[in-house]
Each structure stands twice: as C-alpha cells, then as structure tokens.
Design a protein. Structure first.
Length: 319
C-alpha cells in the first residue's frame, strides 16, 4: 500500500474540514416539517408528500404521525416513503390521540432549528421552504407565513390569494394586537423557529389552536412577517369546507343547516365568539402567564370585551 504524501494528507484534512463545515451548515438550515394524518385521501396524501420531498431546499426532515387510521393502506404508504427516503420518519400511533395531541406529539419529536406545520392534502410549490426560510432569516423574525392559492379537489385554482379571499390580516412586526385577538395564519402557511416551538410545549389544557398560538408567541419575541406570495395550493373539499370559506358563505351554510331563527343565531354566536375568539384569547393569556409575562392593557381590554359579549345578546363587530 502506497504511503500518502504530505500533500495528500493536507488535501484529505482540508476535504474533511470542508465536509464537516457543510454538514454543520446543513444542520443549521434543517427544517422539520410536521405532518399529521388520519384516514386521509390516499391520492391527496401522496401528492402532498411528493411535493415536500421535491422542495428545492433539500435540508428537510418530514416527520409524520398517523393517528391510528383504520385504513391500513395509509400506514403501508407512509412506511414505503420512510424506507425510500431517509429524510422521512413515520410514527404509527397505537391509539387515537386526537388532532391537538397528535400535533403536540409531532412538536415533541422536532429537534431542528426551524419548524413547519403541514396539512395532508395540499400541494407545496417547489420553493416554499427555501423562500420562507430566506425571508425569516433576512427579516430576522421568529415566524413567517405565506399566502396560498385556493384549489379545488381536482387541483384547479379557485382563488389566487387565500389571504385576500378570506380577508385575513397581513401583518408584520412585534406586539400586534391582532395576534392576540384572532387567528392570523393557517398552520400550513407558517415557518417558525425552535424557540417558538419550545415555548408552545407542553400544550396547556386551554390549547385550542396551535397555529394561533405560534403566531402570538412569535409576535412577543422577534416578531412575524407576512409573505404576500402564494407558495402552496390550499385544497378545498368536503372535509374542510367550513375553514375554506369566507364569513358570508359560512353564515349562509350555517343558516341552511341550522335555520334562520334567534336560536340558530345564538348557536352560531356561541361557536364564533365564545368557542373561537374568547377561548383563543384565553389560551394566549395562559401562555403569557406561563412565560412570566403580563398582558398589555390592549390585550386585557380585548379579553374583557370577549368576556362581556359572552354574557350579552348583541355583538359589536366593528370594535
């Protein structure tokens, strides 16, 4: 065996250092993508997973937790992906955890510097991770969220801007009261830092929307930023029809199913105000206390208002 020369040794050492540096950079830019599944449409699921694995940003770890689906084919397909690509990790839950507990489990498995939530039936465009991470670093914030194109079951574009269609706030910076008072960004549009993930865990009993909480926590740290570019297709189908519609359409559907009388109005009001806005604000308040923060006067005013209207028959939608 030929003894390596000094030049060969130096070359090998330099290569090893370069390789180590590249590995550290890859770890530094690693993004955990968290996907919860439960008896999902197999075709949608495969399209979504393929769109994630084909991202231009290659440093990803797709962590999937199936919540004890009754369809064994789902489990088989997930295991096939894990066998073919070492960037995929699959957990098959022995019993049903429920939606929130399944996402809590996924967050607990995440170890990367950056985290993204993922729906099981969307289509991520090739640069979604790359552009989201670039903006988050460039703006030096703790969370970014993107726009989306709303697509129908077959994949055709229904609306070119989900944020505009749903009249969702497009906000940036720190301490925006809207991050406390309402849901801002759907989870599948977000990318956030490990710091925010750690603040979310463990889930409190008041947890009602993990993607509301992530935005609020980030707004209290380095801030948030809204990317106006649609970076994925958000699928509209029978299983998510309520969440994919605007307020006027949701009210129309509610009246169709529940009638137009006073009793129906009170039921919708309970669902929209008490079960959503009030509980969301209370959730944020609990986490503020947990993290040793006092609510701002503006936040306390919002909480007081929601508690007040819970006891009244009328709602001032313009406050």
């Amino acid at each position: 065996m030929t003894k390596p020369t000094r030049k060969d040794t130096i070359t090998l050492v330099n290569y090893a250092k370069k390789e180590e540096k590249m590995k550290k950079q890859e770890e530094k830019d690693l993004v955990d993508i968290l996907l919860a599944t439960y008896n999902t449409n197999l075709n949608y699921l495969k399209i979504q997973i393929n769109s994630i694995l084909n991202q231009s940003h290659r440093q990803i770890h797709l962590i999937i937790s199936d919540d004890c689906s009754s369809d064994e084919k789902i489990k088989e397909i997930l295991e096939e992906y894990a066998e073919k690509d070492n960037r995929v990790t699959v957990y098959l839950q022995p019993k049903n955890l429920g939606y929130l507990k399944n996402f809590e489990f996924l967050l607990q498995q995440s170890k990367a510097p950056y985290v993204m939530f993922c729906d099981h039936d969307d289509i991520w465009y090739a640069d979604k991770v790359k552009k989201s991470l670039g903006i988050l670093k460039g703006r030096d914030v703790d969370l970014v969220y993107t726009d989306a194109e709303q697509i129908v079951e077959q994949g055709a574009i229904l609306h070119t801007s989900y944020l505009s269609y749903k009249n969702m706030p497009q906000i940036e910076g720190k301490d925006n009261i809207l991050a406390f008072s309402r849901h801002i960004a759907i989870g599948c549009s977000q990318l956030f830092t490990r710091k925010i993930k750690e603040q979310m865990l463990p889930f409190s009993e008041e947890m009602m929307a993990h993607d509301w909480l992530s935005v609020y926590l980030a707004s209290k740290e380095k801030g948030i930023y809204c990317m106006k570019e649609p970076l994925f297709g958000y699928r509209l189908h029978n299983s998510n029809v309520f969440g994919g519609r605007n307020l006027k359409q949701n009210l129309k559907l509610w009246k169709k199913d529940n009638g137009r009388g006073l009793k129906s109005y009170h039921a919708y009001r309970q669902k929209a105000i008490v079960d959503a806005y009030l509980k969301g604000a209370q959730m944020c308040a609990v986490y503020s206390k947990k993290l040793g923060r006092e609510l701002s006067k503006e936040e306390q005013d919002v909480l007081d208002y929601y508690q007040q209207i819970e006891k009244t028959k009328y709602v001032n939608w313009h406050i």
